[in-house]
Design a binder for this molecule. Sequence first.
Ligand code: ZN
Length: 317
Amino acid sequence: MALRYHYNPETCRYEPIVVAPRVFFKKTFRFLGTSLLIGLAGLLYFNYKYPFIDESHLIKENQNLKAEWQVINSQLQKTSDQLAALEDNDDNNFRVILGMEPLSPSQREAGVGGREKASAEIPYSLIRNAIDFSEKIKNRLTLENNSMNELKDQLLHNEKQWAARPAIQPISNKDLIHLYTTFGPRLHPILGEWADHLALDFAAKRGTPIYATGDGYVDYASGGTTYGNVVFINHGYRYQTRYAHMSKYIVAVGQRIKRGQVIGYVGNTGQSKGDHLHYEVLIGGTKVNPIHFFQLDLNSREFEKLISLAKTDEALD
Ligand SMILES: [Zn+2]
């Protein structure tokens, strides 16, 4: 056991300090007891503030979470790529086909917007990125969904417009004897005066069916005019067609009409010289040459036949 010394001036010597065993043990016990108490208190405080954790387990879990967030981010990226392909198809195919302007980048960007406030508190960049990304995708999807609805409406509008367009012949080629294509001034065969003939005359046997050339409704039907028995069809989209000199008509004012529906039969009523259909097409009230409409509806052989039956130097009314 190590000894401690003190200087004795009387003997002029260093003499060992003798500590009584009782005192020694008492001091030692007090010291150890105090240390134990302090240590215990520290341990309790530390455990309270920092719960016991297995650090290696935590590191592994953290790695797994990172990997999972990377999977989520890469899935979001794939979704974003697919959405971008859809947006591209919308702008460069659907809108071009339907004759609509593509959405501008600023329109698309405006729809993307920022993320919601609730997620701004999250400190982890991987999670924050994923939330930002998913919110942008959500906004882009909303915009694209609206765009698709707009395309659907336009398609419906175009369909109706195409159905309304006076696009077919009012007399079938198999029934046609002659087509008088004079559109403009001619000597009137009955009046003997020069006047504009702003129609086509389809010469055919009396009783030949006359077809409505587009969807619409009958806005005029009468028997007492120089047109003889005549039907006007309003097709909407500023189109109107007129069918004159019928032997009789079989539709009434206000009746809905589908393209290809028989509305009456060829005759020679009113101011007319011979059985034929006098057919007019009007756009916004102006008479236009009907041949520009139904020539698109025929294949080249049908159109050649039509032209071979055509006479351009006269009209039947
Ligand atoms: Zn005519």
